[in-house]
Design a protein around this ligand. Structure first.
Ligand code: AMP
Ligand code: GLY
Length: 423
């Protein structure tokens, strides 16, 4: 089977790493890829949001299966274009990708199917939005309706902050994404992510994870794309997971199908769990990054079979073969991230690290220059390890981090703290 993966981050390196181990995989191409991916796959230069270009490339290279990593090509309708060309593809249609691309749409679906989530309202002008804030009081959450690369959410602890956020959004701080604003009730609890494969009709839960969104230790400082993750998430007990599936995921998928936009791909539910009761924070229509790094380390080669079953509508009866294990990813980022950061610094010591089913350094923003690996983005490496316990996985991951010689990089030293504190 010839496989094309779209994307070039740590998530896509992890997907490529898992897919490559499956004997079904003949040729593996990743577009655009990165320096780590280039060691295990062919990298291709392709505008991945351009459905015509992707379909043409796939046809020319006899690609049998396309796996779409990030949200932008999904929101641009690349999956629709591939399916129209008769090419098997993992990822939702443009219409179904609105679950992530429009927060208002996701809320509408929740309301229609009774899925528990924060109380909310959607506004297209500042005046009524501010009135609503004054009525509701702080803390309150202000969100740009559209895709804003994970930055369009402001959790306002005070009213003044919320009012200022509304002004900023309508002044264009998040571009077109902020033309509409969703204002939500602030939910208390512990956050966790649930990943569910869907084939338009059936579903299969394939794992849980917890991300670390803040840049600083102890969950302080500004939000990032994610500074580390582990899987499984202990807060997601079998009972909480069953409730999330029966009360949130299944009704959502039913409502999507009823509206003629069945969801096929991976639905990533961000959940807030309080007293064992999950409520939806948001949907994403792709794997998380860095959650995918931890998840793929645990799934390995079967990830390809499962994604293919989802794409081919064969999830009924599919199951995951789980080991009783834990995986943890520490993100190493360029100094300054998530603000301004430098590019081009040299990263040494990677070659001496183990690469096996328990140790992997997944590359995100890296490039190769004159035979050396250099930093080429904000989040640069996803140092990932697996173990029988989370503590073992954590110690292995930090052992690798400590062997990497990259003075311009940094990481959080407390990835996993919440789960480890539970004992
Ligand atoms: P998002 O970019 O939509 O994942 O949101 C970023 C983060 O904001 C989430 O991971 C939560 O930590 C927080 N958040 C979003 N919505 C709410 C809410 N209604 N209540 C509390 N926290 C929220
Ligand atoms: N790590 C959060 C995300 O992928 O959206």
């Amino acid at each position: 089977m010839n496989i094309l993966i779209l994307g070039g981050g740590g998530r896509e390196h992890a997907l490529a790493w898992a897919v490559k181990q499956n004997p079904k995989c003949d040729r593996l191409i990743v577009a655009p890829g990165n320096a780590g991916i280039a060691a295990i796959a062919e990298c291709a230069d392709l505008t991945i949001e351009d459905g015509d270009a992707v379909a043409e490339f796939a046809a020319r290279n006899a690609v049998d299966f396309v796996i779409i990593g990030p949200e932008a090509p999904l929101a641009a309708g690349v999956a629709d274009r591939l399916r129209a060309a008769g090419i098997l593809c993992f990822g939702p249609s443009r219409a179904a990708a609105r679950l992530e691309a429009s927060k208002g749409f996701a809320k509408e679906i929740c309301a229609a199917c009774g899925a528990p989530t924060a109380a909310w309202a959607r506004f297209t002008a500042a005046g009524p939005a501010k009135q609503y804030i004054l009525q509701r009081g702080a803390p309150i959450v202000i969100k740009a309706d559209g895709l804003a690369a994970g930055k369009g959410v402001i959790v306002a602890l005070r009213e003044a902050e919320a009012l200022a956020a509304v002004d900023e959004m309508f002044a264009g701080a998040f571009g077109a994404a902020g033309a509409a604003v969703v204002i939500e009730e602030f939910m208390e609890g512990e956050e966790a992510s649930l990943f569910v494969l869907c084939d338009g009709r059936d579903l299969l839960a394939i794992g849980t994870a917890q991300d670390h969104k803040r840049v600083g230790e102890g969950d302080t400082g500004p939000n990032t794309g994610g500074m580390g993750a582990y899987s499984p998430a202990p807060v997601m007990t079998p009972d909480v997971e069953a409730r999330a599936i029966n009360e949130i995921i299944r009704p959502t998928l039913g409502e999507m199908a009823r509206r003629g936009m069945p969801f096929q791909g991976v639905l990533y539910a961000g959940l807030m769990i309080s007293d064992g009761v999950p409520r939806l924070v948001e949907y994403n229509v792709r794997f998380g990054d860095p959650e995918a790094q931890a998840l793929m380390m645990r799934l390995g080669a079967q990830a390809l079979d499962l994604m293919q079953a989802a794409a081919e509508g064969r999830l009924a009866g599919a199951r995951v073969n789980w080991a009783e294990d834990h995986a943890l990813t520490v993100v190493m980022a360029a100094g300054g991230y998530p603000g301004e950061y430098g590019k081009g610094s040299v990263i040494r010591g990677l070659g001496a690290l183990p690469e096996d089913s328990s140790h992997m350094v997944f590359h995100a923003g890296t490039a190769r220059h004159n035979g050396e690996i250099t930093a080429a983005g904000g989040r640069v490496l996803g140092v990932t390890a697996r173990g029988d316990t989370l503590r073992v996985a954590r110690d292995r991951a930090y052992g690798m981090v400590d062997a990497i010689d990259w003075p311009q990089g940094f990481c959080r030293r407390d990835i996993g703290w919440r789960a480890l504190q539970r004992g």
